[in-house]
Structure formats: C-alpha cells, structure tokens
Write a protein that binds this ligand. Structure first.
Ligand SMILES: NC(=O)c1ccc[n+]([C@@H]2O[C@H](COP(=O)([O-])OP(=O)(O)OC[C@H]3O[C@@H](n4cnc5c(N)ncnc54)[C@H](O)[C@@H]3O)[C@@H](O)[C@H]2O)c1
Ligand SMILES: C[C@@H](O)[C@H](N)C(=O)O
Length: 343
C-alpha cells in the first residue's frame, strides 16, 4: 500500500508497505481524506515538537476519515462499507487517568503521527473499532476528517464552560481558532471575536461571520474589547495562537470572574502572568489538551448543520502530491489543506 513517510525534515518518500491486518477488536479502514494539521507542518519543517522528536521515519497525518473494508472477529456495530472518522488517540484504558474518565490525559496514549506512532497519510489503517465513528450519509468524508480539529474546539469550549449569550474572544484565527469559533457558536455564544496578525486570516474570519475581527498589530486589543463590551471584558477568552504576547494579553481582556482557556502551545516555555491580577479579578485559567468524548458530538453538530468545517479547506491534493501540499500549507494565508487518498 502507498505510504507517505517523512524520512528527514522537509523530505517525504512514497513507500510501498504491507497492508496491515486488523486485530480482533479492530477495523481496517481504507483512508479517503486526511487534513494537514499545524503539528504535521511543524514535524515536516523542524523534525520535532518540544520533546517529541522524529528520529525514525514517521508517517504524518491524524485528521482522517475513510471506509471500513474489514472488521476483526469481536467487532460489532460497524461493518465493511461503513464510512468512519478515526479518533487518533487511543489510550491504555487501565491507568488512573483512563479509569477516572480522563482518557485524553493517558500518558501511554498511542496518538497518530506523534513519534514513535505512525499516522494516516497511507492507504490503509487498522484502528480499534471503538475509536472509529460511523458517519451518516449527510456528513462528508472531509467533514469526518475535520471532526479532529473540531474536537479540539469542542473540548476548549467545554473547558471554558461557554454558554448561551456569552461573549467569547478567540485569539488566533488559524484552523484551531476557527474550529473554536464554530464550537462556541454551537454552544450558544452570541458574540464571537477573533484576533490575528495576518490580514488574510482576519478577512476570512469576517467572511465566516465573526462579530469582530481585530488585527493586534494595528489595534490595541484591550481598548477594542472594552469598547465592544462596554468596559466589561469577554466572558471567556480562548487562546489559540500560542504567541506569548497573546497569552499575556488574555488577562487584560477577560471580564472579572471570567475564564481563560489556553489551547495554543506557547512557543516559549515560560510566559509571565500577573498572579495578583488573576486573584483580584477571580479569573479561572484552564489548560485544554486535545479532547475526550467529542467525536459523537462533532458528528451530531455536523449532521444538524450547526457548524461549518468544510469551508476552511483551501485545497485538496492526492497522496502523490504530498510535497506540494506541504509547501502550500506552509503559506500563512492558507488555513487547511487536505490529502485525498484512494479516490
Ligand atoms: N491544546 C491542544 O490540544 C492543541 C491542539 C491542536 C493545536 N494546538 C495548538 O493551538 C495553536 C493553534 O493551532 P493552529 O493549527 O490553528 O495554528 P496556526 O499556526 O495555523 O494558527 C495560529 C494563528 O495565530 C495567529 N497569531 C500569531 N501570533 C498572534 C498574536 N500575537 N495574536 C493573535 N494571533 C496570532 C497566526 O497568524 C495564525 O493564524 C497552536 O499553538 C497549536 O500548536 C493545541
Ligand atoms: C490534538 C492534535 O490535533 C494535536 N496536533 C496534537 O498532536 O496534540
């Protein structure tokens, strides 16, 4: 089967690998669509993300959907021909985190495209059947693949307890920021504001109907939020850029008693914050790591037409053109590139 392997930073090799056999609890999936995530781009360009180092050839890709072609003997409920999306992180199911329900915090998780685990830029993947979710006819394969970044958005909104009538500020208008916007609206937020530093990203966020888009290189964010909220501040601020100045600014723009959710992975290990400001204003600050129990919700939201994920896709290219696809995806104006396999 055709497999795109990152053999060195910025170098993919298309290899022919043996098609895997599903285990008794697995499904064998013919992969159809895979999104290119920021983490794939980071591994492609730099060969590492923090402590995760690509020191062996690695298959990237973890936002994936496809069609079941075979099932293991214990699998019920999914049959060949079903279209599915794959949740890319499979936990150990036995550790204290798994047992208390925080399976996304499992330290032994097998997460696609995170060294040393291969991902889904490949024709076939075997995956535990309970981490494969059937897609209804009305949900496309691309939407299925994008359940992954949408899940990041849903989890972040849950962490921020976003609710009806909230004013939510999302800092960073990349794919994750835009998925947070979708999830926040679906959760009932009535005012959604996005910041960025790239004019194209802000224009796109406006086209997608955000209530306010702020270029923080030109506009004082605190003044803009004060004006927009009559001096109150945003109910929930969800940081999705990872830029230290943006992380620092969250406490200036959240209302007293509000919530800050940190999603963006800081490019610096330490970002100073004013602890007294945090205490005096009784601000809740939450980290948000990947997601848990979001795939069914993502599919329901897509089925109901409550979110738009396909609209963030800039281009689709076949697996053979993976080099071109990554070169295009690096452009700061590009939001989401997709790889199509087996069509
Ligand atoms: N916590 C998690 O589970 C999780 C999951 C996925 C991604 N992430 C992280 O979330 C962040 C966003 O992911 P992405 O794929 O959308 O990344 P991205 O790089 O495509 O988007 C980040 C956006 O932030 C903008 N930006 C840069 N500096 C800014 C600033 N000072 N103020 C406002 N915006 C600024 C960029 O122009 C870009 O549009 C990344 O840091 C990524 O590593 C975290
Ligand atoms: C959650 C996922 O999208 C992210 N890129 C990660 O590896 O954590």
């Amino acid at each position: 089967m055709r497999t795109a392997v990152l053999v060195e930073p910025t170098e993919f090799q298309l290899q022919d690998r043996e098609r895997p056999e599903p285990g008794p609890d697995d499904v064998l999936v013919a992969i159809r669509d895979v999104g290119i995530c920021g983490s794939d781009i980071h591994y492609y360009e730099h060969g590492r993300i923090g402590d995760y180092v690509v020191d062996e050839p690695l298959v990237l890709g973890h936002e994936s959907a496809g069609e079941v072609v075979e099932t293991g003997e214990n699998v019920t409920g999914i049959t060949p021909g079903n279209r599915v999306t794959l949740e890319p992180g499979v936990p150990c199911r036995r550790c204290p985190h798994c047992k208390r329900g925080d399976y996304h915090l499992c330290e032994d998780v097998v997460f696609m495209a995170t060294p040393p685990h291969d991902g889904s830029f490949v024709e076939y993947v075997t995956w535990p059947a309970d981490f494969a979710y059937e897609l209804p006819e009305t949900v496309s394969s691309i939407e299925g693949a994008l359940c992954e970044p949408l899940s990041v958005g849903i989890h972040a909104c849950r962490r921020g307890d976003v609710g009806a009538g909230d004013t939510v500020l999302v800092t960073g208008g990349g794919p994750i920021g835009l998925m947070i916007v979708e999830a926040a609206r679906a959760a009932g937020a009535t005012n959604v504001i996005v910041t960025d530093v790239v004019p194209g990203k802000l224009g796109f966020a406006r086209e997608r109907g955000v209530d306010l888009a702020v270029n923080v290189t030109e506009t004082d964010l605190e003044a803009a939020i004060n004006e927009y909220t009559d001096g109150l501040g945003a109910d929930v601020v969800i940081e999705a850029s990872g830029a230290p100045p943006s992380i620092r600014s969250t406490l200036d723009v959240v209302r007293r008693g509000g919530t800050v959710v940190l999603v963006g992975l800081a490019s610096e290990a330490t970002v100073p914050i004013d602890v007294l400001e945090l205490i005096d204003n009784e601000i809740d600050v939450h980290g948000s790591f990947r997601y848990k129990n979001t795939y069914d919700v993502a599919i329901d939201l897509l089925t109901d037409g409550a979110v738009d994920v396909e609209g963030i896709v800039d281009f689709q290219l076949p697996l053979d053109a993976i080099d071109d696809a990554f070169q295009r995806a690096i452009d700061p104006d590009v939001v989401k590139g997709m790889i199509t396999i087996g069509k």
